[in-house]
Design a protein around this ligand. Structure first.
Ligand code: AMP
Length: 601
């Protein structure tokens, strides 16, 4: 049913009065993209006029774009780190923002092996909540009747720490789920979850997942949509069902709760929901006991209309697995966001993953775009003295690629996010962007991002274990294997042994895997230890001469012999086949690496 509220929307007839207002807001923002951007920059600069950071550049209270662009430099996290550290250490003076820093958001991007710390202010929660409030009104334009059932969403909080000064540091979603904006959200028939808040907010990932899955099974016929933040999370949830369905079925059959669930809040709320239901237990047993899990999602949750997960960027690797489990349900990617700032939403959510474009909402921050040449892998060089010609949101050109640069209300000024986007069209005057890639990411399974330098360092550290065997790693490459659940890093090694009678044993090579994991960044290690979202790292030792064959293959396909470089990450099937056919032994990390929420060093 649609409403005739007098508030019509060019996006389509809204499903209810509230949606009409949200769609109207999207129209207003996107029609007046440039004016809104001008206003946002003016607000940010006047709000933060007295901050130490802006004071350094002699803006003298100016709030216009020209002064800002000519005086304030474009920066990276590393440029800001000394000031961020001052805030972390307790300096409460207005360094970045005139509003008090309420907490740090810990990004999955790392610096020196640790999550980047993004200072944020309380009012940003309202801005994030506003963007969330636009998602269902858009979805309701494409999928009717979402108020007639529930969403099975696997949502989790992660560990949080305190900086030396006592400010909380945690991921942005943990901050959001723990906020009153989420916990005491008003009832909205279009946005009812099967998971109780108690389960979402339980820090123990097993108890949280178990309860969320149990509720999803109990309410299976009501489930109209299923989701997680990223595709990897939903794939992991299905794997969890594969591993734990027997215990879940026992609970459903008898109406009791698995003794591994000890969280008092969960026990209390599940006590009210759980009742013996032998028919349901029998049904789930029948579906899960077979070997064939193809289409399991629609078999257990037959009314599911779509899977709400992000499958753009690094997550595209999970599309085949999700298609297998769901029989090809639509995969709307609803939003594009980061710890630094929530950027925008997908106004055409039912499009194919390869066609997904995000419309950046001009009210979220001030956005600039650094032209990026797709043919040159090196990031654009920047000089403090001659600011590069950054392009405004309303002036980007169709078909061109850019790196996103943001200025936020929290006080990040002309900050390079590291994402490369391509303009694919416009909604009113607001450009729409395809997410192309994040710069400098070689391997990614979940939210981990490993770059070439980190991989090299990990190989160097692991190689130390080989020195007593007079053995060295002569060549290597890597592969993110997402056919296993959870996915894992595979590193191909070609070894040279000067003393073949004393080559490293299986056990030594297993320990090399662990040594590599110990060297990787904290997001990787957290995925291994706390989230179980990454499986043990694998080293595949290949026959001598394999990398030469790899080069021959590349040259046969047109690579220049003079410029040939070993790719440090591979995914092209013929190359994988060549490598895998030359494997002489495979080794896995024997245990998990060290990780604690506390930062190293
Ligand atoms: P984080 O800083 O950990 O919050 O991660 C934010 C980053 O995740 C962004 O800068 C992107 O690189 C990536 N990301 C977020 N949303 C999307 C999306 N919809 N599609 C592709 N990548 C995304």
């Amino acid at each position: 049913m649609t409403v005739d509220s007098g508030l019509t929307s060019p996006l389509g007839p809204p499903a209810c009065e509230k949606d009409a207002k949200a769609l109207q807001f999207i129209e207003e923002m996107t029609r007046n993209c440039n004016t809104v951007q001008e206003r946002v920059l003016g607000e940010i600069l006047s709000q933060n006029a007295e901050t130490e950071y802006l004071g350094r550049f002699g803006l003298g209270g100016a709030t216009d774009r020209d002064s800002y662009k000519s005086k304030v430099p474009v920066v990276t996290y590393e440029d800001l780190q000394p000031d961020i550290q001052r805030v972390a250490n307790g300096d409460r003076s207005p360094i970045f923002s005139s509003h008090p820093i309420s907490e740090f958001l810990t990004s999955s991007g790392t610096s020196a092996g640790e999550r980047k710390l993004m200072p944020t202010i309380h009012e940003e929660l309202d801005r994030r909540t506003k963007l969330y409030s636009l998602l269902m009104p858009v979805m309701n334009l494409y999928v009717p009747g979402l108020d007639k059932g529930k969403g099975l969403y696997f949502l989790f909080v992660k560990a949080e720490t305190k900086t030396p000064s006592g400010l909380v540091a945690r991921p942005v979603l943990t901050s959001y789920y723990k906020s009153k904006h989420f916990k005491t959200r008003p009832y909205d028939p279009y946005n009812v979850y099967t998971s109780p808040n108690e389960a979402i907010l339980c820090a123990d990932s097993f108890q949280s997942m178990y309860t969320q899955m149990l509720c999803g099974l109990l309410m299976r016929e009501e489930v109209l949509r299923m989701g997680a933040v990223f595709a990897s999370g939903l794939v992991r949830s299905i794997k969890f069902l594969q591993l734990n369905w027997r215990q879940l079925v026992d609970d459903i059959a008898v109406g009791t709760l698995n003794p591994r669930i000890t969280d008092a809040g969960i026990k209390e709320c599940m006590g009210k929901i759980l009742k013996p239901n032998p028919e349901l237990a029998e049904f789930i047993t029948k579906e899960c006991e077979g070997e064939n899990w193809e289409g399991i999602i629609t078999r257990i949750w037959p009314n599911t209309k779509y899977l709400d997960v992000i499958v753009t960027g690094a997550m595209a690797q999970y599309i085949p697995t999700l298609d297998y489990f769901s029989g090809g349900l639509p995969l709307p990617c609803t939003m594009y966001a980061s710890s630094e700032c929530y950027f925008g939403l997908n106004l055409n959510p039912m499009s194919k993953p390869s066609d997904v474009s995000y419309t950046i909402m001009p009210n979220m921050a001030y956005f600039e775009f650094l032209p990026h040449d797709p043919s040159s892998p090196a990031p654009a060089a920047l000089s403090r003295h001659s600011p590069p010609p950054l392009v405004d949101l309303a002036n980007v050109e169709l078909g061109k690629e850019y790196e996103l640069v943001i200025s936020t209300y929290s006080g990040l000024c002309r900050y390079r996010v590291g994402d490369i986007l391509r303009v694919t069209g416009f909604h009113n005057s607001a450009p729409q962007f395809k997410f192309i890639r994040r710069k400098n990411v070689l391997l990614s399974i979940d939210s981990d991002k490993t770059d070439e330098a980190e991989l090299q360092k990990a190989i160097d550290n692991a190689s130390i274990l080989l020195t007593e065997f007079n053995t060295s790693v002569v060549e290597y490459t890597s592969y993110g294997d997402t056919k296993t659940i959870p996915g894992h890093y595979v590193i191909y090694w070609e070894l040279m042994s000067k003393d073949p009678g004393n080559s490293p044993s299986h056990d030594v090579l297993d320990r090399c895997c662990l040594s590599m994991e110990e060297s990787l960044n904290s997001v990787y290690r957290q995925g291994r230890v706390a989230d179980n979202s990454i499986g043990p790292l694998e080293i595949r030792v290949v026959k001598n001469g394999t990398f030469e064959e790899l080069m021959d293959y590349a040259i046969s396909r047109g690579a220049s012999i003079n410029q040939y470089k070993v790719p440090r990450c591979v995914s092209f099937s013929p190359i994988m086949e060549l490598l895998d056919s030359r494997v002489v032994s495979a080794h896995f990390s024997p245990c998990a690496p060290q990780w604690t929420p506390e930062r190293r060093g």
